[in-house]
Design a protein around this ligand. Structure first.
Ligand code: RAM
Length: 496
């Protein structure tokens, strides 16, 4: 499906490929003042988060080196990574992502260029071995840092001090993720995920306004759709553009609001028209998940069938149903369709009569009637409940100690958006201040993939060592702070 469009879609994507700006940066502190002996350890601090390649100029002091210099490097986005080790790693995603390297330097002096691109502020270098006949001098260390974001285009926010610092960190997060696509996190996946793209594009629309990059990413996803026209959850760009064979119910559907938001923010109605059939096709494909009698989405225990949040205990049925509603309503804003409109109403009602406990003002999800924050937030964003009922629903979640919590800034974004939608703007500000502010207070230069204030070791991957600390989906405070949504000045955006 859509096969005949693919070559042109790829061409359009490549035509929007951005130039990467490269900047040479040096440590602001940590450069050793003395030659290093075996077992020495140093930490170079580059003063902010960067994405780039490290070069070291090294020489020896003492006798002619009679053995290689054996060095270990740890590239760290967050100070906690400086002391983390892979010993006993039991996580379920590849430990290959951990930014640790070793190098043997046979000949000194030399210019050592580390082979990979890393995401870091700190670089820890351990001298694992020299010989006692020589020591090692680090003459220079620098990184060639890249981004496609242009900081000169963005004025600093003129808000309260806490707002300005959250905005600064949010923009830094977005900036580091803006390479030749919107990456999800430059430490780890280095690929583009649709859920992340949707939020990055929002943040971009009020900061760098690099609309060509959004356009490129939309076309890349279009190109990466599979033979039945299904948009993958993420895609690779190297060695060639290719969709991952991972499909998530919500991520495929999010192509719709991403396209809508892009069209609204950029005014590029041509791209919107071009990609609309593919966007609407995601709704057609989603039909397979609905029960024809109840008009409810069927639950699934297949891991990752729908993302929503990284809380592994989360039942996704209610959220998935609400996300369908949310995306279908975004589709209606781009194309009138009375059948779809009626279906949205039917499915809102189905959700209310089957999953809404109107006494407690709470939505339940799954066979066990799980109560989670995610279900309430998405029900509100979907417009399944509105006005007083919607406020009561969010209040009921807050008052329910057993409501399953949110663990990612991604899910927190949706909570803040839901608060804005129901007119709780002060509370929304407070959530941003408390949640993202807590990361800033812990020294964040960029916002993290996971943050559960109740559990600093939270990781869905089985170990925090693979967590990313510059993660696209956490950059949205800049959108909240700059778009006017917190002051209700936001024009009809993606809100229902
Ligand atoms: C992880 C990444 C990515 C996210 C997916 C669902 O692999 O953190 O950002 O979108 O999960």
């Amino acid at each position: 499906m859509f096969e005949s469009n693919k070559a042109v879609w790829l061409e359009k994507a490549e035509a929007c490929k951005p130039a990467l700006h490269t900047e040479t940066v040096r440590p602001v502190c940590g450069m050793p003042e003395h030659a290093l002996r075996e077992n020495a350890s140093i930490v170079l601090d580059f003063g902010n988060h960067f994405v780039g390649r490290l070069t070291l100029r090294l020489r020896s002091e003492g006798s002619h080196p009679d053995a290689p210099a054996w060095l270990q490097f740890k590239f760290c986005e967050n100070k906690r990574e400086l002391n983390e080790t892979l010993d006993g790693y039991k996580g379920w995603i590849s430990k290959g992502w951990v930014q640790q390297e070793q190098a043997h330097v046979d000949v000194l002096p030399t210019v050592l260029v580390l082979p990979r691109r890393y995401a870091f502020r700190y670089v820890r270098i351990d001298v694992l071995a020299l010989s006692n006949k020589y020591s090692l001098v680090v003459e220079d260390a620098y990184a060639d840092a890249t981004t496609s974001a242009d900081d000169s285009l963005v004025k600093p926010l003129q808000g309260e001090a806490w707002e300005n610092s959250i905005d600064r960190v949010a923009r830094r997060t977005l900036r580091s993720c803006m390479q030749d696509v919107f990456e999800d996190g430059p430490k780890r996946d280095r690929r583009m995920w649709l859920g992340d793209l949707r939020l990055q594009a929002l943040a971009n629309s009020v900061t760098y306004r690099s609309f060509d990059l959004v356009k490129r990413c939309l076309y890349l996803f279009a190109y990466a759709s599979n033979a039945e026209g299904r948009i993958p959850a993420c895609l690779f760009t190297e060695p060639r553009v290719e969709g991952d064979d991972t499909y998530m119910f919500d991520y495929s559907l999010f192509f719709i609001p991403t396209l809508l938001n892009y069209g609204q923010a950029s005014g590029d109605t041509e791209t919107m028209r071009d990609l609309l059939p593919l966007a609407l096709h995601q709704l057609t494909l989603a039909e397979e998940r609905f029960d024809a009698d109840t008009q409810l989405i069927r639950d699934s225990n297949q891991l990752g069938w729908c993302f929503v949040d990284w809380n592994l205990e989360l039942n996704k049925q209610c959220s998935a149903h609400a996300i369908w509603l949310y995306c279908a309503q975004a589709a209606l804003k781009m194309s009138e369709d009375s059948t779809l409109k009626a279906l949205v109403e039917t499915r809102k009602n189905a959700m209310l009569s089957n999953w809404y406990d109107s006494d407690r003002h709470l939505f339940v999800s799954g066979g066990d009637g799980q109560i989670s924050w995610a279900s309430q937030v998405w029900a509100v964003l979907a417009g399944a409940v509105t006005g007083e009922d919607a406020r009561a629903c969010l209040d009921a979640a807050a008052a329910c100690p057993n409501a399953l919590g949110m663990v990612t800034p991604y899910m927190m974004h949706h909570y803040v958006e839901a608060l804005c939608l129901v007119g709780r703007r002060q509370q929304a500000r407070q959530v941003i201040r408390n949640y993202w502010g807590a990361m800033v207070n812990s020294g964040a230069d960029t916002f993290w993939e996971l943050f559960n204030p109740a559990d600093p070791d939270e990781s869905p991957y089985g170990s925090p060592i693979v967590n990313s600390y510059c993660h696209a989906w956490s950059c949205t405070p800049t959108w909240f702070l700059r778009s006017g949504i917190l002051q209700n000045k936001q024009p009809d955006h993606e809100l229902t």
